[in-house]
Design a binder for this molecule. Structure first.
Ligand SMILES: CC(C)C[C@H](C(=O)NO)C(=O)N[C@@H](CC(N)=O)C(=O)NCc1cccc(N)c1
Ligand SMILES: [Zn+2]
Ligand SMILES: [Zn+2]
Length: 162
């Protein structure tokens, strides 16, 4: 289950008058979750409650969990392995330039879908993979639009959730 009620005001993009739009963010996140659901028996339901298993936040710098973000670049996001309270939660560094699907601006940025797909892997219990090309490989690799989950990641999720 995914809770979106906790979104703070989105970071304003320098070139654009408005920040990230919530609807666009939800769409990228739901695509990222769908990637895992398509390759396992997992289902996800969006709920508007703090009691959701996966809470998604955008934070900057120190934000109270001992893993401060570092401004634009380097650390892009982090997620907590499954468990109570903040288990499963995902934090995105709001100082990144997050690109949504239809962002055809030529500005440098990071695909929210790609990072979300990776982070949700952590939320579901997957650690980093040494297989280059795997979604859970530690280093960001932009994903193609009709992206399919690489074998290493699919094996990992199916070992846990069938
Ligand atoms: C030690 C961790 C807190 C690093 C952090 C991460 O792995 N979060 O899940 C992270 O943001 N890693 C960057 C490393 C980097 N700056 O290239 C990353 O891109 N991770 C997200 C990611 C997204 C999409 C694909 C892959 N393979 C990795
Ligand atoms: Zn955090
Ligand atoms: Zn990671």
């Amino acid at each position: 289950q995914l809770d979106f009620t906790k979104f703070p005001a989105f970071p304003l993009r320098t070139e654009q008058p408005s920040g990230l739009d919530t609807a666009g963010v939800r769409f990228e996140l739901s695509k990222a979750l769908d990637l895992w659901a398509r390759n396992s028996k997992l289902t996800f339901q969006e709920v508007n409650s703090d009691r959701a298993d996966i809470l998604v936040y955008f934070h900057r710098g120190y934000h109270g969990d001992g893993y401060p973000f570092d401004g634009k670049g380097q650390i892009l996001a982090h997620a907590f392995f499954p468990g109570r309270d903040r288990g499963g939660d995902v934090h995105f560094d709001e100082e990144e330039v997050w690109l949504l699907q239809d962002d055809n601006t030529n500005e440098e940025g990071t695909s929210l879908f790609a990072v979300a797909a990776h982070e949700f892997g952590h939320s579901l219990g997957l650690a980093h993979s040494s297989v280059s090309g795997a979604l859970m490989y530690p280093w960001y690799q932009g994903l193609s639009s009709n992206y399919e989950l690489p074998d290493d990641d699919r094996l990992g999720i199916q070992q846990m959730y069938g």
